[in-house]
Each structure stands twice: as C-alpha cells, then as structure tokens.
Design a protein around this ligand. Structure first.
Ligand code: SAM
Length: 338
C-alpha cells in the first residue's frame, strides 16, 4: 500500500519513532522498513514543515515522501476464507474442483483470491470416462478456457482438458519410470495422451528414442505440439489404436508403458508382443485392496503364454488411491523371449 512516510537517518530513527508513537501518527497497519541508510516510517497523514521541525530539531535530515509498505496484517489463507480445507488439483494455471460440491462457487472464488497463479477454475461435471479418458467441464470462474500450459520436471505441456486426459498427480510416477530408461533404449508408450511419460523420457535421456501412440486425435495433436515445444527429435507421435500399432512394432521395445489403468488388461497381449527379450513392461491397473496384484499377475502370465514367452515380476507398487477400497497400481515385469 502507498502511504505518506518519514524518511529518517538510521541513527535518529528510534527517537523519531517514539515521538510519533506518542502523538499517534504512526500508521497502524504498515511495516516500518529500511531504505539504504535511512528508515521509512509510515505515518497516518502528510506532515507539515512545523511538525517536521519539532521532530528533527532543525528539520533538515527528515523528509516526507510517499512510499510502498507491506501490510502487517497476515493474508488470510484459503482455510480462513472458507472455514475448511477444500480438495482441488492444479494443472498449469487451471484449478480443478468437483462441480457437484455444494460449496463449489465459494471454493472457486476463494481459489482465485488465494492462488494468484490460478486464472481459471473448472468444475468436473463427470468422472474420467470413455475411450479417450476425458471429462466434462464447466468454467466456474475466471477465463473461459480449458487449455493451459503445465510445467513438470523441466518439461512443458500444452494440455486441453476438454479433449485429452491429463493428471498432475502422476508426476512422481512418470519421473520414476523415466529414471529407469538408459541411453540407446527404445521405449514404446502405448497410451501416450499428450505425452507426459514420452516427453520426459525423451528430454531426460537424449540417447533413448520413444514411440508415443494414442488413438485420440486431440491428444496426438497436443502431443505433437509438445514434442516441438520441448524441442525433441527422439520422440515420434503416432495416431493409432495400440493393437494395430503393436503389430508393426513386434519384439522391438526395451520398455513398454501401458498407462490405461481402466482397461490395460485388455491390451496385455499387444504390450507383450511389442516387448523384445529383456524388455520391462510398466503395466498400470485398477485393483481392489483385497487383491492388489494377484489377479493382475495371473492375467499377465496368461497373456505371455498366448503371445509366446515368459515373464518375471521386477516390481509392484501402489501409485495412488483411486476410489474407496480401489487403487491405481503398477506392476513391472520383464519379458523373456523364447
Ligand atoms: N499416459 C498419458 C498420461 O499419463 O497422461 C495418458 C493416459 S490416459 C489414462 C489413457 C490414454 O489412452 C488416453 O489418452 C486415450 O486416448 C488412450 N487410448 C485409449 N484407448 C486406446 C487405444 N485402443 N489405443 C491407443 N490409445 C488409446
């Protein structure tokens, strides 16, 4: 806030402050601050020459100026404004909340106020749905758009939530997988979306090459933009059905990423078909807490037997909770060819 202030030499500042305190002239909401060798004391109004003379004796060393001050008042938090802690996600400059929440309008307004980096608040009108795993949205406040640029692990992503899937919650998982890839390896990302696994791998392992496949034309358009945006020459985007694409990439990959948790089980044959001997398949699934990995592992073994080859498990982990009692899990297995 801009206020009238006295600019006082440092050695006089404490005496002047005490005098102003006695006359009630110090501004109660602003923080006294330093300005080079001087101290700036915010005052309640412009002081005249007579008042200045009284304060400084001769009046020469103190000047009256206008200056910016920080408020002493603590900025209210989102919780202070709402009275509870809301759940929300942030992708680029878009905050996402549940449109069905009875407090959706209040939460949206508070998010705009509390987070200066938020320019849009979207309300989700549906769960992630359909073959392309998208959601229906309503703009609750801010600019009317679903497009943003999201930054993650030094990469930038054009995201349009109305036409392609994206979740900021998988950032740690993407980094973990990228760290497993070595220079010279060939990676096939069968359900690439706008490219957050593929682009991160392409950028962090320049010696690797990545084939990024997705069936959704909207996702592939963004994926191609993101390859350019991140200046990558080792990532290729293909708009295709994973099953069809797999036939052209038989036994070629060192890593296969299968991030379509709701129905990746149906694609196990093509994931294993793409793997060359020694390849690690990163398989994502949604499972119940009574059976985290058992059924998934049986299905993986059955698919390997159908395609020809054996599999050994190299890792399994819970990525995040998905719904009550349900979890998004990752099973990693090595394919050993005949
Ligand atoms: N891996 C990306 C990410 O982490 O953001 C996207 C994951 S999203 C859960 C699954 C993606 O699979 C969607 O972009 C969807 O369009 C794509 N998809 C669904 N069925 C497909 C198929 N048969 N072939 C290729 N891609 C498919």
């Amino acid at each position: 806030m801009k206020l009238w202030a006295l600019r006082v030499p440092g050695k006089m500042a404490e005496d002047i402050r005490r005098l102003l305190l006695q006359t009630g002239q110090i501004h109660p909401e602003a923080q006294i601050r330093r300005d080079d060798e001087h101290i700036l004391i915010p005052v309640t109004g412009k002081l005249g020459p007579d008042e200045l003379a009284v304060l400084s004796g001769a009046g020469e060393n103190i000047t009256v100026i206008e200056a910016e001050f920080e408020s002493k008042r603590k900025k209210p938090s989102l919780e202070d404004i709402l009275g509870f802690t809301p759940g929300f996600d942030v992708i680029g400059d878009i905050a996402i909340i549940d449109a069905d929440d009875t407090d959706a309008t209040r939460i949206a307004k508070a998010l705009m106020e509390y987070r200066k980096s938020i320019n849009v608040v979207l309300g989700a009108l549906s769960p992630v749905e359909g073959e392309f795993r998208t959601r229906q949205w309503v703009v609750l406040t801010g600019e009317h758009r679903t497009h943003t640029v999201h930054k993650e692990h030094g990469c930038r992503y054009n995201v349009d939530l109305a036409c392609a899937y994206f979740s900021a919650r998988l950032g740690t998982e993407r980094k973990r997988v990228a760290d497993m890839v070595k220079p010279g390896q060939y990676v096939v990302d069968l359900f690439a979306g706008v490219g957050p696994f593929s682009i991160l791998i392409g950028k962090s392992v320049p010696g690797a090459s990545v084939m990024a496949v997705d069936k959704n034309p909207g996702a592939v358009k963004l994926l191609r933009e993101n390859i350019r945006l991140n200046r990558l020459e080792n990532v290729t985007a293909v708009e295709d059905d994973a099953r069809h694409a797999a036939v052209n990439m038989k036994h070629s990959a060192d890593h296969v990423i299968m991030n379509l948790p709701q129905s990746a089980r149906e694609f196990l044959d093509c994931g294993i078909l793409v793997a060359k001997s020694g390849c690690v398949v990163h398989f994502y699934d949604i499972t119940h807490e009574d059976d985290f990995y058992g059924t998934s592992w049986e299905l993986i073994q059955e698919a390997a037997a159908r395609v020809g080859g054996t599999v050994e498990c190299v890792g399994k982990r819970i990525v995040r909770s998905y719904a009550p009692y349900q979890y998004n899990v990752c099973i990693e297995f090595r394919v050993i060819g005949d």
